[in-house]
Structure formats: structure tokens, C-alpha cells
Design a protein around this ligand. Structure first.
Ligand code: 5GP
Length: 170
């Protein structure tokens, strides 16, 4: 399956000059969505994984079904102020804009092997911040999995030493 055919590129969203990769066109196609998650599962299947962590909101759409397919737990990484329990927070900068991400303090037990999942790797800022949060909680980050990688932004260079996998590259 050529997954790229299912992604819609929208020019000048959310700002002039950005060519936004819209994954809703892939998600609404049942066989394509299932096949994409299954392909990502195969790319990470050789790892021992205890938990998947995914940043909101599109990280949930990739991370949660991946966790289900692997039979492991899923922990959410959320924007500040959304999680009800005790949290830790970290600042992050996006390809456009900036924000704070948070996790529950008890989301990860020390030493657990964590794979981080998101829809798209751009500059790597979101994933770097996610990695920092998981490591602060004592988690052992083994890699990061994406539906899409914008290779020309070289985000993977910031994720030194980790196994970075992606299904679609631009
Ligand atoms: P980074 O932090 O790597 O620069 O940006 C990646 C984050 O921004 C991801 O969480 C992703 O959801 C979002 N993002 C940035 N550009 C795009 C895009 O073109 N399409 C989609 N679907 N998400 C994007």
C-alpha cells in the first residue's frame, strides 16, 4: 500500500508557507489506517516494549492503536493543565509556536522500556520534550515511531542513538 497517497497536503496551513500534511484522509479509510498501524508495529516488533507514550492529540491516534496491537499500555503526554493527577511539565518549541507538555508523575515505573509515538516528525521538538519527560520519570526510551517524517527538517538528528522509524517520508 502506498500510504503517501492517503495523506492530503494543505498549503499555507496553519500559517503561510507551511505545507501541512493532513492525516485525516488516511485515518478515515479503515483498511489504510489498520495497515499503517500494522506496518509501524512490524517496524518496532523486534524491541522489548513495556509502554507506548504519545503526545496529544495526533500522537494518541497513532500511539493508542499501536499499543493495542502490541498488547502494551499507553500513556498520554498532554498539554499543560489537562491531566487530573500530579504532573511534571516541560517547555517545548514547535515548527510553529510553543507550548508546555506534561505527564502524570506515576505514568511510568523506573526502568520501563518506552516507545514514543506521534503522527509526524518535523523539527523533533515535540519528541525531544516527550523524551525528556519520560526520562525524568525514570523511563528507558528505546525509540520513536511516526507515521510521517519530514526528512528535510532533520529532526532525527536530535534523537541521537534512538531507533527512529517512520512509514512515510517527505
Ligand atoms: P516537531 O515538534 O517535530 O517540529 O513537530 C511535530 C509535531 O507538530 C507533531 O506533534 C505533529 O502533530 C505536529 N505537526 C507539525 N507539522 C505537521 C503537519 O504538517 N501535519 C501534521 N499532521 N502534524 C504536524
Amino acid at each position: 500500500m502506498n500510504f503517501k497517497d492517503y495523506v492530503r497536503v494543505i498549503p499555507d496551513f496553519p500559517q503561510p508557507g507551511i505545507r501541512f500534511k493532513d492525516i485525516t484522509t488516511l485515518l478515515k479509510d479503515g483498511p489504510a489506517y489498520r495497515a499503517a498501524i500494522d506496518e509501524i508495529r512490524k517496524l518496532v516488533a523486534h524491541h522489548q516494549i513495556d509502554l507506548i507514550a504519545g503526545p496529544e492529540a495526533r500522537g494518541f491516534v497513532i500511539g493508542a492503536p499501536l499499543a493495542y496491537a502490541l498488547g502494551v499500555g499507553f500513556v498520554p503526554i498532554r498539554k499543560s493543565g489537562k491531566l487530573p493527577g500530579e504532573t511534571i511539565e516541560a517547555d517545548y518549541a514547535l515548527e510553529y509556536g510553543k507550548d508546555k507538555l506534561s505527564m502524570h508523575k506515576d505514568a511510568i515505573a523506573p526502568g520501563q522500556k518506552v516507545l514514543i509515538a506521534d503522527d509526524l516528525l518535523a523539527t523533533g521538538g515535540t519528541i525531544q520534550t516527550s523524551i525528556n519527560l519520560v526520562r525524568q520519570l525514570g523511563g528507558d526510551v528505546i525509540g520513536a515511531a511516526f507515521l510521517i517524517e519530514l526528512s528535510y527538517l532533520q529532526g532525527r538528528d536530535k534523537l541521537d542513538g534512538l531507533d527512529v522509524v517512520s512509514l512515510i517520508q517527505y
